[in-house]
Design a protein around this ligand. Structure first.
Ligand code: AMP
Length: 210
C-alpha cells in the first residue's frame, strides 16, 4: 500500500507513520528526517536546506522532489511506503503524479492550531533516529533517552514558539490545499487527531482499512 500522511506540523504524522510502518512492514519516508540527517552529515544538500529548516520555511520543491525520487527507488519501497511530510505543496504532489507514483490512500490528521502550539513546544525528538516524544503525553521509559536507540532527546530549533507559528502559516497557505487535491482524486480520509495518541492510532487504523 502506498500512503501519504497529511497534517499540520505536530499533528502526529510521524507517530502514526511509525505505527503503520511497523504493522504493514513498509518504510516510513520522512523528508524532514532525511533533510536533518543530511544536515548532521554536512552534505551539500543539508547545508543548502539549513536556513530554510531553521526558520521553519519550506525547502525548495526541486530539492525535496529530488530526495523523494531517489528514496522511492530503494528496494524496500517495492511493497509500499508511507510518505510523512511529503508532499507539502501542490507542485510536489503533481511531481509524484508525473513520476507515475501510484498513491492508494491519503490520511489527513486534523488538529487545531492552538493544540499544535502546545504540542510542539513540549515535543522532544531523538537526535539520532528522529523518534518523537512529548514531555507530558509521550514520555520515554528513561528520562531524556530514546526507547529505540538510546539517542539523546532534544528540542528542535524549529519547535520554538515563533517558528511554530511561521510553520503553521505556511501549512495553511501551501500544504492545506493538498486536501482538496486528493479529495478530488477520491483518496482522502480525515482523522480527528486531538485525542490521545492511542485514540488517533485507532482512528487511523479504521481509515486505513476503509
Ligand atoms: P518535518 O520534520 O516534517 O516537520 O520537516 C521539518 C522541515 O523540513 C520543514 O519545516 C521544512 O523546512 C523541511 N521539509 C520537510 N519536508 C518538506 C517538504 N516536503 N517540502 C519542503 N520542505 C520540507
Amino acid at each position: 500500500m502506498n500512503l501519504i500522511l497529511l497534517g499540520a506540523p505536530g499533528a502526529g504524522k510521524g507517530t502514526q507513520a511509525a505505527v503503520i510502518s511497523e504493522r504493514l512492514n513498509i518504510p516510513q519516508i520522512s523528508t524532514g528526517n532525511i533533510i536533518r540527517e543530511a544536515l548532521r552529515s554536512g552534505t551539500e544538500m543539508g547545508l543548502k536546506a539549513k536556513s530554510y529548516i531553521d526558520s521553519g520555511k519550506l525547502v525548495p520543491d526541486d530539492v525535496v522532489i529530488g530526495i523523494i525520487k531517489d528514496r522511492l527507488q530503494n528496494d524496500d519501497c517495492q511493497n509500499g511506503f508511507i510518505l510523512d511530510g511529503f508532499p507539502r505543496t501542490i507542485p510536489q504532489a503533481e511531481a509524484l503524479d508525473e513520476m507515475g507514483v501510484r498513491i492508494d490512500k491519503v490520511i489527513d490528521i486534523e488538529v487545531s492550531d492552538d493544540v499544535i502550539v502546545t504540542r510542539l513546544s513540549g515535543r522532544r525528538v531523538c537526535e539520532k533516529c528522529g523518534r518523537p516524544y512529548h514531555i507530558v503525553d509521550l514520555k520515554p521509559r528513561v528520562d531524556g533517552i530514546c526507547d529505540d536507540c538510546t539517542g539523546a532527546l532534544i528540542q528542535r530549533k524549529d519547535d520554538q514558539i515563533d517558528t511554530v507559528k511561521a510553520r503553521l502559516e505556511i501549512y495553511h497557505s501551501e500544504t492545506e490545499p493538498l486536501k482538496g487535491y486528493y479529495e478530488a482524486q477520491g483518496k482522502l480520509s480525515v482523522v480527528f487527531g486531538q485525542g490521545k495518541v492511542d485514540e488517533t492510532t485507532a482512528l487511523t487504523m479504521v481509515a486505513l482499512e476503509a
